[in-house]
Design a protein around this ligand. Structure first.
Ligand SMILES: Cc1cc2nc3c(=O)[nH]c(=O)nc-3n(C[C@H](O)[C@H](O)[C@H](O)COP(=O)(O)OP(=O)(O)OC[C@H]3O[C@@H](n4cnc5c(N)ncnc54)[C@H](O)[C@@H]3O)c2cc1C
Length: 573
């Protein structure tokens, strides 16, 4: 079943669920009116359907490989990348001064999600470049901006982010890479970075590495880290790539999935680099890149879930097995109650995760357009939820997609297994989902819970309004929101962070479940309580929302219980 881009779903969310009209009402984003937005989404969707989706399997079967120190990419990836770049899909939100379209991040988020549906391995390349563009826009000197931004925005050059080292994964502050001033304004960067996504390719003219390293006077930990632009080929003053820098790909990782995306071990040997942002300010600059990338990774999970769902539905519409209870139905497994349960659950969760993703993107746009601190706080609060829930839904939907296929799901030819293999890493990179949850209950509740309570107030206001007319949906949502309020109060009251951390993942998932219920209710209200979206909302609120209760109960158990079993009792020798 060929991939169909969910453009109408995005447009519905924009129009009725996440109040995208607030974004287009600002002066900054006034050009992104409904007509423009729809045209862009349709065009991007068409490109994904025709160019990216047909490549997905080839990228899996013939992954990227290293030949004599050079990366050779999967068949068709170079041509497809060119079409992505030529269509402007790398730079929909980039600064128009350097060639970008300057559109809201919400649109970029939707386009990125569709590209992830089409071919996750290839989509990672523009996603990395977008993050780099953003970091440079905010933190680089005018010279670096002038030299690099036009090339990155046009897609002639691509970008990478280099944080991870063998002894510095989640703990980025433990990194050992060094940078020494050359005396001419540049620096010599030395160190090894691992797992670097798209560390090299054979289709862009240059590859620009943003590298975290420590200056000689940098203190230990995250406070002593600086960020450097280290290009593969050093550009001359006109931007023409010239001398090869002293860096290279040592090896490519053999991975569970994402075979089309070269994941490189990179070696920098006194490579020439230029400071981006202030000395020792590297984490601040990198966070600009990472924040929106986190939302982007959440979108990757949802994008893969969308494709896995479409495959599963397509299979269920064809496969005949057993007597089906539905008179005059398709006569296929689609008519079995359990298969219906899986498909409806997958669809309901995709809607919930996508609505959270888009609500987060709208908050980012509103903060960009207005500088309002409440929008900033909302974007910051929703980012770890969007990343984690989006990727958890990605994994769950992909595994249910395999289940719907039965034995054929385990056979590679159907493609169902590839989704599961490819999406697995999204819960790991860009900050593991565990780290995201700790961020949510730690830094994101430092405001005493203000951003969380503002969301809960909004949910309860909405439920109150339809408490009588749509009581079967509004009442359970209102109750769930109250339970979540109690759990949030419990979290805020814990002064020992480990008490919070022990329940952070179930808290995040419980929060997401309730938010999902809210957005489903809004969808149903928009439909007047009748229609396919209302039926989906009822499915979610009656069958999936109740999970919040167990999750939040778990969230409030504190740390003692998780340490109750000693290392020996866990089985350590
Ligand atoms: C395919 C792929 C692509 C990647 N691309 C890039 C890239 O482009 N650039 C880049 O810099 N990196 C990249 N990474 C690295 C990725 O970001 C890291 O793998 C990730 O941050 C986790 O670090 P780690 O692997 O060292 O795991 P660890 O940090 O060792 O974590 C192991 C486990 O311990 C948990 N844990 C660790 N610390 C804590 C803590 N303080 N509290 C609670 N739990 C904790 C983690 O949640 C995890 O479950 C990529 C990784 C992969 C697999």
């Amino acid at each position: 079943m060929p991939f169909r881009a969910p453009v109408t779903d995005f447009q519905f969310l924009f129009d009725h669920v996440v109040d995208f009209a607030n974004v287009t009402a600002t002066e900054r984003f006034a050009d992104a009116d409904r007509e423009t937005t729809e045209a862009i989404l349709l065009e991007a969707g068409k490109m994904v359907e025709e160019v990216m989706a047909p490549l997905n399997r080839a990228g899996d079967l013939e992954g990227a490989r290293l030949e004599n120190g050079k990366v050779r990419t999967s068949p068709g990836f170079g041509d497809a990348y060119k079409q992505v770049a030529d269509g402007g899909w790398i730079s929909t939100s980039a600064d128009p001064e350097y060639g970008g379209m300057g559109l809201p991040h919400s649109i970029t988020t939707a386009v990125n999600e569709m590209m992830a549906s089409g071919c996750l391995a290839l989509q990672l390349n523009p996603l990395m470049t977008q993050g780099q563009i953003e970091a440079l826009e905010h933190h680089a000197s005018d010279e670096i901006k002038a030299l690099y931004l036009p090339k990155l925005i046009s897609g002639e050059w691509s970008g990478t982010m280099n944080l991870t080292e063998p002894a510095a994964g989640s703990d980025v502050g433990a990194l050992q890479s060094k940078a020494v001033p050359n005396g001419d304004g540049s620096y010599a960067v030395t160190g090894q970075k691992i797992y670097i996504t798209w560390g090299d390719n054979d289709f862009t003219e240059n590859v620009c590495h943003l590298v975290l390293a420590r200056l000689p006077d940098g203190v230990p930990g995250t406070k002593g880290i600086s960020l450097f632009m280290v290009p593969k080929l050093i550009p001359d003053e006109n931007g023409k790539p010239g001398v090869a820098n002293t860096l290279g790909v040592v090896s490519l990782e053999h991975k569970l999935g994402l075979h089309g995306s070269p994941t490189a071990v990179m070696q920098f040997d006194g490579a020439q680099g230029w400071l981006v942002g202030g000395e020792h300010d590297g984490m601040k600059s990198m966070f600009t890149m990472m924040n929106n990338a986190r939302l982007g990774v959440g979108g990757q999970g949802i994008g893969v879930a969308e494709s896995a769902y479409q495959y599963a539905l397509g299979y269920a519409l064809e496969r005949k097995q057993g007597r089906t209870p539905v008179e005059g139905g398709t006569g296929t497994i689609l008519e079995h109650a359990d298969v219906r349960r899986m498909l409806a659950g997958m669809k309901a969760d995709i809607f919930a995760a996508r609505a959270i993703e888009m609500a987060c993107a709208v908050a980012i746009d509103m903060n960009t357009a207005t500088g309002d601190k409440d929008w900033k706080a909302r974007a910051a609060f929703l980012t770890p939820i969007a990343k984690s829930f989006g990727t958890e839904v990605g994994m769950d939907v992909a595994q249910q997609g395999v289940q719907v296929h039965g034995g054929m799901g385990f056979i590679e030819e159907t493609g169902a297994a590839q989704f599961l293999r490819d999406v697995r890493v999204t819960a790991i990179y860009e900050g593991t989902n565990g780290i995201q949850a700790m961020d949510l209950v730690g830094r994101k509740l430092m405001d005493g819970g203000d951003a969380a309570y503002a969301l809960l107030d909004e949910i309860e206001d909405c439920a109150e309004k339809v408490r009588e007319s749509m009581s079967d949906l509004a009442e359970p949502l209102w109750q769930a929101s109250e339970t979540l309020r109690e759990a949030t109060e419990w979290m805020v009251a814990q002064t020992d962070m480990n008490e919070r951390f022990a329940g952070s993942v179930p808290f995040l998932m419980g929060f997401a479940r309730v938010l999902g219920g809210y957005f489903h209710l809004k969808a149903s209200i928009a439909e007047g309580g009748e229609g396919a979206r209302s039926k989906l909302a009822a499915f979610y609120i009656k069958r999936l929302l109740p999970e919040h209760s167990g999750l939040l109960e778990h969230a409030m158990q504190g740390a003692a219980g998780v340490y109750a079993l000693s290392a020996e009792e866990l089985g350590a020798a």
